[in-house]
Design a protein around this ligand. Structure first.
Ligand SMILES: [Zn+2]
Length: 150
């Protein structure tokens, strides 16, 4: 079974904007960050946004004060639910410099890929006159004019 049914969905992937074809495996070389804790947290953010957010708030409260009242306010079943998530956040924050670096490199690659994909679309003669492609062309011209002004 796929451990990341939401993250691996084509709508969440960065394998290519052009043809909607995604790599058969997940994570793939286009995945923003392959840290397993990070991936689990991102998957959970889509799957169970409320739990995900609550776990983050509990983590923050306990990071600030390990004896925070937050812990005492949790019912035993809530404690069981949130403890592994809070521990995961702790690992994510411990590894954050590495995660951040991976994300930065990935975003730079995505930007480059988007530019290459857009150029390919704009240079495709068969797509000339396509409203989406023409809108993209106009957008790119405007963007380059803005850069000239700066
Ligand atoms: Zn890919």
């Amino acid at each position: 079974m796929n451990a990341y049914p939401n993250l691996s969905h084509p709508s969440q992937r960065w394998c290519g904007i052009n043809y909607g074809v995604v790599c058969p495996n997940f994570p793939c070389k286009h995945t923003e960050c392959t840290d397993p804790d990070w991936l689990e947290a991102c998957e959970e953010a889509i799957e169970k946004p409320e739990e995900h957010e609550r776990a983050w708030h509990i983590y923050l409260a306990l990071a600030k004060d390990p004896f925070s009242i937050v812990k005492k306010q949790l019912r035993p079943e809530e404690l069981a639910l949130y403890k592994p998530r809070v521990e995961r956040y702790h690992r994510i924050m411990t590894n954050y410099p590495k995660i951040k670096q991976e994300l930065r490199e990935s975003w730079a690659r995505q930007q480059l890929q988007t530019m290459e994909d857009e150029d390919e679309l704009l240079n495709d003669e068969s797509l000339r006159g396509d409203p989406d492609v023409e809108a993209l062309r106009e957008e790119k011209i405007k963007a380059s004019l803005r850069r000239v002004k700066l």
